[in-house]
Design a protein around this ligand. Structure first.
Ligand code: HEC
Length: 443
């Protein structure tokens, strides 16, 4: 186990969630935008209307800065945050998908090179070569989505990989295609929002109306297709995820879907009313409000995906607290819960208190704090002011009267469909319950 990263107030997982939710805006814009750009540029050449090129210049500059400065930084931010929040989770992914990421980065480099060439050569080279550059970018960006979606989907449903350990068995799993198509449809929605905002700032009134409408149409079509693909995606969720959601084991999953659904409806209405019917209304002000709605909807939708795979961080393979859940013989990976139950959890930690005497209360509490941080801290806030599923309050609801009551609860942890079992021997369990009992808020 690596050192535990404690984020006061709202847990390390939420740090990743915030960065990742933001990152989706630039990354889906980056993948969706150029299909629209190429569409407008072709129109400009075909109908001989150079005035349309003003849009291309502005929109491409936005993508260049928003996606390739802010988007890249937040992408690196996800890597940093995920690496310290869940080092073993990231390691598990890298050990399987390092070549996936390597391939993705090749396409990133093509994207980066081609967007610079595209932006700086607009109007300076012959239209045909310039368009080629646009196509090159559009395809490279979408291919990077094709690759990364496989790794994301693997975390939600690891498929036959748990038996075979095969790269493609995990990659093309049951949620891969619906997720790829949903993201593809939604990239047109996100690209449409930004395109409408940029188009609304153009000088030429006629072009402004025309392009806001066109962006609106792309957005609406993307969103309508997105509805069908989302239904398919929800239908293909693993049985366990459906149980958490539909049997209300985790009621907040339903709430998240509601938030996502309402945001979806608002964005769709905005496209219809403010872009298609009255393009005048699609200015930066309403556009920025819609971006905020989009942000909330994305956060809820991705939060659903992350929540639905509990108790795992990688479906079937690794629990949210980074303990390996089962044998994966093809990869020579062994389940860790039986090992920790037998040999002790603390004794396998590199960073742990050096003296643990079960009769010494101070030492026991300190050891318990370490066990609880490792085994519960990825999902529960442990600090005094913690807001994210605070353990001190959740435990208080169970009204434990002694550390033994909590020991009993720890034994039952694996019966919850969304929590990993407690992993450790007598000493770990005793230390953890003494510590947990000491932090429960008593009313
Ligand atoms: C993989 C994430 C995860 C881990 C690890 C985890 N929990 Fe939970 N726990 C949850 C979720 C999700 C809930 C549901 C709370 C909610 O509705 O948000 C929950 C609920 C609880 C509750 C309330 C149960 C009830 O019946 O009301 C307690 C108590 C609790 N956890 C204790 C623990 C302890 C102690 C540990 C560590 C030994 C732990 N959890 C580890 C995800 C986790």
């Amino acid at each position: 186990m690596y050192p535990f990263w404690e984020v006061p107030f709202f847990t390390s997982g939420m740090v990743i969630a915030l960065i990742a939710t933001f990152h989706i805006l630039p990354c889906h814009l980056a993948t969706g935008a150029f299909w629209f750009t190429v569409f407008v540029e072709r129109k400009a050449y075909k109908e001989n209307r150079p005035e349309l090129l003003e849009f291309i210049k502005k929109y491409t500059l936005l993508i260049l800065i928003f996606c390739f400065v802010i988007g890249s930084l937040s992408g690196v931010g996800i890597w940093y945050a995920a690496t310290v929040a869940s080092p073993r989770g990231i390691s598990g992914l890298i050990h399987n998908y390092v070549w996936g990421w390597a391939t993705e980065w090749v396409f990133f480099i093509i994207e980066i090179a081609s967007i610079y060439v595209y932006y700086y050569t607009l109007g300076k080279i012959d239209p045909k070569s310039h368009l080629m550059m646009g196509w090159l970018y559009a395809w490279a960006a979408w291919i990077s989505m094709i690759i990364i979606t496989g790794i994301l989907a693997f975390m939600l449903s690891s498929g036959k990989w748990v038996e075979t350990g095969g790269f493609f068995d995990g990659f093309f799993n049951q949620t891969y295609w619906p997720q790829l198509f949903t993201r593809t449809a939604l990239m047109f929605c996100i690209a449409g929002v930004y395109a409408a905002i940029v188009a609304s700032t153009l000088r030429n009134k006629g072009v402004r109306r025309e392009l806001v409408r066109a962006a609106g149409l792309w957005g609406v079509l993307g969103m309508l297709a997105g509805l069908a693909f989302t239904a398919w995606y929800l239908h293909r969720l693993p049985a366990h995820a459906k149980e958490l959601w539909l049997d209300q084991s985790l009621p907040y999953l339903g709430h998240l879907l509601n938030v996502a659904g309402i945001s979806y409806a608002i964005v769709l209405l905005w496209f219809v009313i403010c872009c298609l019917i009255r393009p005048k209304l699609a200015g930066p002000v309403s556009g920025i409000i819609i971006l905020i709605v989009l942000f909330l909807g994305i956060g809820a939708g991705e939060g659903f995906r992350e929540g639905a795979r509990r108790p795992y961080i990688i479906d079937q393979y690794m629990y949210g607290n980074q303990i390996v859940a089962r044998d994966i013989p093809a990869k020579h990976i062994k389940a860790e819960v039986p090992k920790f139950n037998k040999e002790g959890f603390l004794s396998h930690l590199f960073f742990r208190p050096d003296k643990i005497n079960p009769d010494n209360k101070t030492q026991l509490l300190r050891a318990g704090s370490v066990v609880v941080h490792y085994q519960c801290g990825n999902c529960h806030a442990l600090d005094r002011f913690g807001k994210m599923r605070p353990l001190k309050r959740l435990l208080a609801n169970l009204e434990p009267e002694s550390p033994e009551d909590i020991e009993g609860f720890l034994d039952s942890l694996g019966d919850y469909p969304y929590m990993p079992p407690f992993a450790g021997n007598e000493l770990d369990r005793k230390a953890a319950s003494e510590y947990l009992f000491s932090v429960v808020v008593r009313r």
